[in-house]
Ligand binder design. Structure first.
Ligand code: EPZ
Length: 416
């Protein structure tokens, strides 16, 4: 329940990145020695990944923001139901194939934002010498031995983040050298490469479209701190601008947010950097900007919905084009309930901004859409009720607590 109209003010600490933590936890499967990962966000997806690793035989202990994983003896078949429920869990396939030369995981299937095939992941595994088969809802990857290879991972929408992560992890224990071309350059991929190298792997070029992995015989345990969540940071930055407030984000990697900060500045938002802190506030009237989502370092698709809210509040026309996922406009009809004027034309949404928003009951459909509805509720007059907030808890640590500390009138209530 949100009572809107209050400018957010104060400081908020940015948590560790969900989309880094998930593949990092999976990477611990590559060694029979213990691994410790710190700055892990307290999220349902993270807990879920812990359950999946346990279903494979690993011990997983969470202690505050730290998780200790020991995959001493593991099996290659994951729990069908568990894996099916979280797409991100596909990134256990690479480590299982790398270490055991076999992986049997349930096909992730599509989700509300798009079909989300894994053909590129499987193409990478096959290039390393794995035989791939799909039966009974499972994907099987089996290899007598894995051999380094050259693989192009570019697809319909460019590179694949978890596909790059999976092939990188499988190749870490292969014989010889693997080169991934059209690799994803996301900071989460770089964070994973750092952890793999700390485990004794030989990965170079992460962060560029060409990654080279020289396979090693064995990996050892290691410790690692998860990078800050650039998507959470972008969400709070936009909430500050949307409510005409002033918020300092603490513990941010501004160098991971160039595309977002550039568009915010273009829209008339003031962003000041002080070391690992960013202070965000409006700088006079907002201006409409056009956005096209692209692979990193372009504008992130995971910030598209939140930015659409800011443009709905901004007088003028802005065009938001979604190039990564084919069905990521579920939030548009819900924003219309709050009075936003947005039309969808193919991959683009035409936002006629400037109408004041007024509170209403709305339904969250996916993680980032739900964050957008919260921002809209904070900026709207009156009360907004956001339902199905389990979507939020998948990717935002204690979002209502953090917002309350910034002065928001928001409370979590049991749904009747
Ligand atoms: C990661 O998903 C993130 N999830 C997503 O964040 C994020 O939206 C996405 O990258 C893009 O940045 C995690 O890291 C857990 P992709 P991923 O493979 O790796 C197509 C969030 O809100 N594709 O880079 O699954 C695919 O359909 C989530 O936190 C193929 O065609 O995304 C999509 O159109 C949502 N074949 C595009 O590539 C493949 O084999 C990019 O997908 C793989 C992908």
């Amino acid at each position: 329940m949100i009572k809107g109209g209050v400018p957010l003010r104060g400081e908020v600490r940015i948590s560790g990145a969900k989309n880094a933590a998930l593949p990092l936890m999976a990477a611990a499967l590559l060694t029979d020695e213990p691994c410790v990962i710190r700055n892990v966000p307290d999220l349902s997806d993270v807990k879920f990944m812990g359950q999946i690793l346990q279903s494979l035989g690993a011990t997983v202990k969470f202690n505050g923001g730290e998780v200790r994983i020991h995959a001493h003896k593991i099996k290659s078949v994951g729990d069908y139901e568990l894996i099916r429920r979280m797409r991100g869990s596909i990134c256990i396939a690479g480590p299982l194939l790398g270490r055991l030369h076999r992986a049997r995981v349930s096909l992730p299937g599509g989700c509300i934002i798009g079909a989300r095939p894994i053909n590129l992941h499987l193409k990478g595994f096959a290039a390393l010498g794995a035989a791939i088969s799909i039966e009974g809802g499972y994907v099987n990857a089996l290899a007598k031995k894995l051999a380094g290879a050259e693989v192009f991972l570019g697809g319909r929408a460019g590179s694949t983040v978890l596909g790059t992560a999976n092939v990188m992890m499988a190749a870490a224990l292969a014989d010889g050298i693997t080169t991934i071309d059209s690799a994803a350059c996301e900071p989460e991929v770089v964070d994973l490469a750092h952890f793999l190298n700390a485990m004794g792997a030989k990965v170079s070029g992460a962060g560029s479209p060409t990654i080279t992995i020289t396979g090693v015989k064995k990996l050892h345990g290691a410790e690692h701190d998860v990078i800050p969540d650039r998507i959470e940071a972008a969400t709070y930055a936009i909430a500050a601008a949307a409510t005409n407030g002033e918020v300092t984000l603490r513990g941010v990697r501004a160098d991971h947010l160039h595309a977002v900060l550039d568009k915010l500045r273009e829209a008339g938002v003031k962003v000041e950097r002080q070391g690992s802190n960013l202070t965000v506030r409006r700088n006079g009237k907002l201006k409409p900007v056009d956005i096209t989502t692209l692979p990193y370092s372009g504008f992130p698709t995971d910030v598209q919905a939140q930015m659409m809210v800011l443009m709905a509040l901004t007088p003028g026309i802005s065009i938001i084009t979604e190039r990564i996922f084919e069905a990521r406009f579920m939030h548009v009809s819900e924003l219309a309930r709050l009075g936003a004027d947005i039309e969808i034309e193919g991959p683009s949404a035409i936002v006629k901004g400037g109408r004041p928003l007024s509170g209403a009951p709305v339904m969250a459909s996916d993680l980032r859409a739900s964050a957008a509805l919260v921002i809209a509720g904070l900026a709207a007059r009156g009360r907004t009720e956001v339902k199905r907030i389990y979507h939020l808890d998948r990717g935002y640590e204690n979002i209502d607590g953090k917002l309350r500390r910034l002065g928001a009138r928001i409370e979590r209530v049991e749904e009747t």
